[in-house]
Design a protein around this ligand. Sequence first.
Ligand code: DHB
Ligand code: FE
Length: 306
Amino acid sequence: MASKLVENRDTQAFLDKIAGIGSSGGNERVKQIVRRIVGDLFATIDEFDVTEDEFWAALNFTAAGAPEIGLWAAGLGFEHFLDVRMDIADQKAGLSGGTPRTIEGPLYIKGAPRTKGFARLDDGTDKGETLIMHGRVLDNEGKPVAGAIVDVWHANTLGNYSYFDKSQSDFNFRRQIETDTDGRYKFQSIVPSGYAVPSGGSTDGLLNLLGRHGQRPAHIHFFVTAPNHRHLTTQINIDGDPFLHDDFAYATRDELIPPVLRRTDPDLLAAAGVEGPYTEIEFDFTINRVEEPMLAMASSRNRLVA
Ligand code: DHB
Ligand code: FE
């Protein structure tokens, strides 16, 4: 970025002052980061000849965007970029080969009910197709991890998440399932639909200005955790969704699109105790053993408690 005005001595000295460079207090790394960000924004303003009016319009817009800041982080690719960087760091630390991570998104709620082995996620009011998903949690040597927690959350057939959508019951489509002694988990739910950012909101407004859409393919979120294992944040996508490879949050990964099996055989339906045809997904999660306790924990992102 070339801005003569920003590069001149007076502006450079001004940036040093703004970032507290040369003052004794504060945190040196934060000073350097703030200096870089403010300097880059000064250069952007100068290079694009951003007017005072445009500056305040943009600031008003970002202030209005605060409630949707998590959507901005996803839609502007920050969450995916952080994933790419963590992948590289894990690889360097010899922690590769597990189930790929992908973004958390802003719609997790802490404290979903916990059960052992099996859970039903839906309250029965959404008449979407029944989904039965099951599999194991394994470590990087292929050994089952008993007592791992599979914390799962997903949208309804309108693409809406409980808690944020007050028409749904508490913790609808949200559960924590503890794996059994063979590392197995299983749940029954309904097949979710894709998601779109709220129409008319600040994210929608920003994406419109970029000529982009705010759609996500149908997906199911997971935290998979166990003591002494690398915390896994991931999702699976429902194969066949039109937005599968056109996700506004860039979260799709090839290893996270399991086969979707449609079950219609009356014997299978009877065995599963469901009335109509259902969808079955089998998916094993592999998590890596780690020594460092911090690596087994979730990031310090703010998470809502119901
Ligand atoms: C967003 C919504 C999601 O359901 C998700 O998984 C990720 C991001 C969002 O609105 O930004
Ligand atoms: Fe989501």
